[in-house]
Design a protein around this ligand. Structure first.
Ligand code: BTN
Length: 262
């Protein structure tokens, strides 16, 4: 599947996001490429995007590997918002909402947003989002939002041990998708949400509740060495998840690993 700056631009409706963009045949990791541009003090501007057709060392949350053969979509976006530190979790959630909206808008496929950073279809992982922050020249905090989508990948292209837990757009839509259109779809959706957040004009909790999420599901959250089982009640102010704990009480988690039980 050909992917190019020009083809992506033909689908872009953004003011800034994706207007500066580079496409690589392969990279170790698109997040690493963007983080090193920030470190070197390159002036690339907010909304700059790095894409790789393949990643050799794709990274997931908590040091996990993000399997990245050619056919998937791997992109990172530079963000420099003037927001309090506790809003970064909300940006991660907006990334998930943008992927959800793009997939629904383009393929009419209703996925599920699994707190904090996964997009599932039929409880199998279709996409993951990762945010990493770095203080660059002049003390400006930059964020790199990395998005991986299992796009044109067939089951055999995943390692055998994860095959039953993952899916792809190719498998669910039933045909190859246009990665240029998908990239632009994600950027179009994300830019709008992001600017609303920066202007303080978005209720992220409400946005989540308007989509299919894991509210009502029985889950296990591992956080700070503790394992808590309960039912998801909803979301908190700064991108947290709230559980009704089995055995009584409510708990709010700002970070952690969440697994669906049933
Ligand atoms: C996760 O589910 O744990 C997050 C996965 C994030 C993967 C993307 S692919 C583009 C960017 N570059 C990386 O190395 N990781 C992110």
């Amino acid at each position: 599947m050909r992917i190019s700056k020009e083809d992506i631009e033909s689908f872009l409706e953004t003011g800034r996001f994706g207007r500066g963009l580079e496409v690589h045949q392969w990279l170790p990791s698109t997040n690493d490429r963007l983080l090193s541009l920030i470190r070197e003090g390159e002036y690339i501007g907010e909304g700059y995007v790095v894409i790789a057709l393949e990643q050799k060392s794709g990274r997931g949350r908590q040091g996990r590997v993000w399997h990245s053969p050619e056919g998937g979509l791997y992109l990172s976006i530079l963000l420099q918002p003037e927001i309090p530190q506790n809003q970064w979790n909300n940006i991660l959630l907006l990334g998930a909402i943008a992927v959800y909206d793009a997939i629904y808008g383009l393929y009419n496929l209703k996925t599920t947003i699994k707190w904090p950073n996964d997009i599932l279809y039929a409880d199998k992982k279709l996409s993951g989002i990762l945010i990493e922050t770095k203080r660059g020249a002049g003390g400006v905090v930059s964020g790199v939002l990395g998005i991986g989508i299992n796009a044109n990948l067939s089951s055999e292209e995943f390692p055998r041990e994860i095959r039953e837990f993952v899916t792809s757009l190719l498998m669910e839509v039933g045909e190859m998708v246009d990665l240029n259109e998908l990239t632009a779809g994600v950027l179009n959706a994300f830019e709008q949400l992001y600017f609303h957040l920066v202007e303080g004009e978005i209720d992220v909790r409400g946005e989540l509740e308007n989509r299919r999420t894991i509210i009502g599901r029985r889950v296990e959250v591992m956080s700070g060495g503790e394992v808590v089982v309960g039912r998801v009640l909803g979301y908190g102010e700064n991108g947290s998840v709230i559980l009704e704990v089995e055995g009584g009480g409510r708990r709010e988690f700002h970070e952690g690993n969440l697994s669906l039980i049933d």
